[in-house]
Design a protein around this ligand. Structure first.
Ligand SMILES: Cc1cc2nc3c(=O)[nH]c(=O)nc-3n(C[C@H](O)[C@H](O)[C@H](O)COP(=O)(O)OP(=O)(O)OC[C@H]3O[C@@H](n4cnc5c(N)ncnc54)[C@H](O)[C@@H]3O)c2cc1C
Length: 361
């Protein structure tokens, strides 16, 4: 199996530094992210093949799914080791207010919520570490996971909770206003734009669903579609077109999201006619897809065409016995913190049963 050199990390580090930029743009700080980036950038990675550690239960990823799995696994005395990856705390560390996570009646800031998750997992006894899984070998037990290309973890059970990343348009104003009116999740953030005008970019089923969701909250949803037709299924297209407060802009591209500290409008242009226009909006939603963080598992695990890991319905089991998946990396439908946490619980309970049956726990 080929081994990824330091240079292969640079894309990840770049993504990682983008997260830091977003945090800094927001005036936020995250000492875990910054320390981790400094560590990674200080020295090129080296590999010591003899550096092998055996663990019972390895959890990869530190979002709601990973930390919840860690809480359950630690309480079941499975002595879980969790590697946080390039974004300790996961996707919620790049958002502001989270109003729909149960147990916080006044809402809570995303990064603060994830500090609670981490503290709870730590208090239960989970061994939480900086580090990135860079390669795996699930061909035989114990399963091998390379960390930072510096050491190999041999694990009896592995829980994958590496999440998914929203795809973005890649324009400067989108990054600058991320969390200040720009969002990649209508279900998460639509509520903040009740009775306001918003725009959404995208033309697939998810974009159609999110536009319909927003149409129930917002006065007008301006839907920006790149071509002269949508990719969404016929049924979804019909629903969108039949919704009076969704206005579709065909053949249209976003040039800029307008606003200094909050979204005030969007500048678009029609690629067929060349016509440019500005639309006043308060919220801008990007719905052009997600990419599950599952590439390193591809040689061993069954996935759908988009790279979401397949699990047996009603369980966290993958096609490899003893390897479990939880959260957004295996869920292209719900993609919420609470569903990720729920599936993290399932993964830990499934792993506990597996280890018990094998006499390993
Ligand atoms: C801007 C924004 C706002 C949101 N707002 C809300 C909201 O208000 N309410 C809500 O319920 N949901 C919200 N969501 C969705 C929610 O954040 C996700 O559904 C949830 O975080 C998924 O949790 P997860 O544990 O599956 O993965 P993630 O949170 O994506 O975490 C993945 C983890 O895996 C790690 N990782 C990845 N690759 C590796 C690797 N190779 N090795 C080691 N670690 C790795 C990462 O570092 C990260 O810690 C929002 C999402 C975004 C982007």
């Amino acid at each position: 199996m080929d081994y990824r050199p330091w240079s292969a990390h640079q894309g990840l580090i770049h993504t990682y530094l983008s997260s830091i930029n977003i945090l800094l743009c927001k005036g936020g700080s995250n000492r875990f992210l910054l320390n981790f980036a400094r560590q990674k950038l200080k020295s090129p990675l080296s590999m010591d093949q003899n550096n092998i550690e055996k663990v019972n239960c390895l959890i990869i990823g530190s979002g709601p799914a990973g930390y919840t799995a860690a809480v359950y696994a630690a309480r079941a005395n499975m002595k879980p080791v969790l590697y946080q990856g390039i974004q300790p705390g996961g996707q919620l560390t790049i958002t502001t207010e989270v109003e729909n996570y149960p147990g916080f009646p006044e809402g809570i800031q995303g990064p603060e919520l994830m500090v609670h998750f981490e503290k709870q997992a730590h208090r239960m006894g989970a061994d939480i570490r900086y580090g990135l899984a860079t390669q795996v070998d699930f061909s035989q037990q114990p399963y091998k996971v390379w960390i930072d290309e510096e050491k190999i973890i041999e694990a009896n059970a592995v829980i994958i909770s590496t999440g998914a990343s929203a795809k973005w348009l890649g324009i400067e104003s989108e990054q600058r206003l991320n969390g200040y009116g720009v969002s990649a999740c209508a279900v998460c953030d639509g509520f903040f734009f009740r009775n306001k005008e918003v725009a959404i970019v995208g033309a697939g089923d998810t974009a159609a669903e999110e536009a319909l969701y927003l149409s129930k909250l917002c006065t007008t949803v301006h839907m920006i579609v790149r071509r002269e037709e949508m990719r969404a299924s016929k049924v979804m297209q019909e629903r969108v077109k039949a919704t009076p407060n969704i206005k579709i802009y065909w053949n249209s591209i976003t040039d800029e999201i307008i606003g200094e500290k909050a979204v005030e409008g969007v500048r678009i242009h029609n690629t067929a006619t060349g016509e440019k226009q500005e639309v006043a909006i308060k919220g801008f939603f990007v719905a052009i897809g997600h990419k599950p963080n599952s590439d390193i598992f591809a040689p061993f695990l069954e996935m759908d065409e988009a790279g979401y890991i397949k699990t047996t319905p009603g369980t966290a089991k993958t096609n490899v016995e003893g390897v479990f998946a939880a959260g957004d990396v295996q869920d292209k439908i719900y993609r919420q913190a609470v569903t990720a946490a729920g599936s993290g619980c399932m993964a830990a309970l499934d792993a506990e049963r597996y280890l018990s049956e094998k006499g390993l726990h």
